[in-house]
Design a protein. Structure first.
Length: 118
């Protein structure tokens, strides 16, 4: 599956952004990860293909929402109440696994950069 992530940008703290990930095909799970400078890639949120099972990292719960548009093979990450620590490159990944570790995924988008300023 080929993935294309977009929607990143510069936003002030407290603001919102919506990231999109367009997939060339269907997969069991679509997952967002992020990687801040000097840090490891970390899990953000995951959704299954039917949209019935969503799971988010504690650090973004209540602020980020993952959703999907099955007709468009697209997954979204709505990010509200952004904080400085949300600054990172955000990647989408797809696969058969529900894992929250990056090494479990083989299909990745190119990443989209999110910068939160004070």
């Amino acid at each position: 599956v080929q993935l294309q992530a977009y929607g990143g940008g510069l936003v002030q703290a407290g603001g919102s952004l919506r990231l999109s990930c367009a997939a060339s095909g269907r997969s069991n799970f679509m997952t967002w990860f992020r990687q801040a400078p000097g840090k490891e890639r970390e899990f953000v949120a995951r959704i299954n293909w039917s949209g019935s099972w969503r799971y988010s990292a504690d650090s973004v719960k209540g602020r980020f929402t993952i959703s999907r548009d099955g007709a468009q093979n697209t997954v979204y990450l709505q990010m509200n109440s952004l904080k400085l620590e949300d600054t990172a490159v955000y990647y989408c990944a797809s696969g058969r696994t529900a894992a929250t570790v990056a090494v479990a995924y083989t299909d990745w988008g190119q990443g989209t950069k999110v910068t939160v300023s004070s």
